[in-house]
Design a protein around this ligand. Sequence first.
Ligand code: PEP
Length: 245
Amino acid sequence: MPNTLLALNWKMNKTPTEARAWAEELKEKYVPVDGVELAVMAPALDLSSLAANLPAGVEFGGQDVSEHESGAYTGEISAAMLKDTGATYVVIGHSERRDYHQETDAQVAAKAKQAQANGLVPIVCVGEKLDVREKGEQVAFTLRQLEGSLAGVGAEVVVAYEPVWAIGTGKTATADDAEELAAAIREALKQQYGAKAGSIRILYGGSVKPENIAEICSKPNVNGALVGGASLKVPDVLGMNAALK
Ligand code: PEP
């Protein structure tokens, strides 16, 4: 079994100064849990501050990356730039990027390939909206999205299943809902990657907090969580980490 990944997504929160204070508080109180990896996905401007101040063993990464290697793409951040800060991961295809920036599956796959080519592990997000779930089409939709988002992408990847209706809403999918999709994703990964699929981590994301993380992550195909709201305060992060013991 791969290590459980507790991946935090700060979204557009925390200045570099606030990031430093958060990292220092974590350093003071963090107790590593065997078999659990903690990683903070932060705004690009915060990464140097995290590199200097996080406790040993806590990883960090970006929240998006350019699909291009380098050049005339004003405002974009390349995979090589992220890697140079010491980043390990990058979140790609978050529903907020897909919705507000019209990112397509093909762009998600191109970004994931850029990330891998530069030694980063992409955390590729997929998941259905409420209307799809209400029609009972969540598995077919999510697998279609996964297929496009992983086209040509290598097996050094993390997949995050995030039903859009559960992100930031307080509505969590049940642990069984999460497992239904995680098991379907695992089967699709086996088709694409063969035996390597067993070591690919599949995360659940959507209103995860200290009170519900243990049950969700106890499911056989769920190997961790991607957490937004509950990632901002260190005590909540410590609570989630401890709940995974
Ligand atoms: C997310 O942003 O990926 C997320 C899951 O957010 P929240 O935990 O706030 O639902």
